[in-house]
Design a protein around this ligand. Structure first.
Ligand SMILES: CC(C)(COP(=O)(O)OP(=O)(O)OC[C@H]1O[C@@H](n2cnc3c(N)ncnc32)[C@H](O)[C@@H]1OP(=O)(O)O)[C@@H](O)C(=O)NCCC(=O)NCCS
Length: 124
């Protein structure tokens, strides 16, 4: 189905970074968003980190939506942040800190459904 993973290289500084991937046939069903939402409180409590990060290339709209819907705030563009396949790439930093309000999956999912229903009504 896919994976969600946490990179712990900066754990000594209270930070961890998410990576995720979903098989093409299962995309668009909310799986990555649900996985990040579930893993975030676990990372704060069990791993004891204070800050969770998601770094996304600017073209990756799906991944940016996952970060936003999982309660991560967009903090800015990190220019020429790392080398990938022989060239420097920009990355957008998203972060959620332990003091951010907890996400209630039930109300977030309801908002999402209401927004989609509203958009459908506007189109028809
Ligand atoms: C990015 C990825 C993990 C998203 O997984 P997913 O389970 O399909 O994501 P969700 O279903 O939770 O989608 C969350 C939102 O992103 C949107 N979305 C997903 N893929 C999208 C795409 N390719 N383009 C635009 N929007 C997209 C969904 O419509 C949804 O938004 P909505 O609720 O407003 O409709 C998946 O596309 C993937 O594995 N991509 C390749 C690996 C990758 O890019 N990983 C992230 C590296 S930072």
């Amino acid at each position: 189905m896919g994976y969600v993973g946490l990179w712990l290289g900066d754990r000594a500084h209270g930070r961890a970074s998410f990576g995720y991937w979903v098989v093409p046939g299962a995309r668009g069903r909310g799986i990555a968003t649900a996985a990040v939402r579930l893993a975030s409180p676990w990372a704060f409590t069990t791993l004891g980190v204070a800050r969770l990060e998601i770094l996304v290339e600017p073209w990756n709209t799906g991944s940016i939506r996952v970060a936003e819907q999982a309660g991560f705030q967009r903090e800015g563009l990190l220019r020429s942040y790392e080398e990938f396949k022989g060239r420097r790439t920009d990355l957008i930093m998203h972060a959620r800190i332990i003091d951010d309000a907890a996400i209630n999956p039930t109300s977030a999912d309801k908002d999402r459904k209401d927004n989609k229903d509203g958009a459908r009504r506007e189109r028809s």
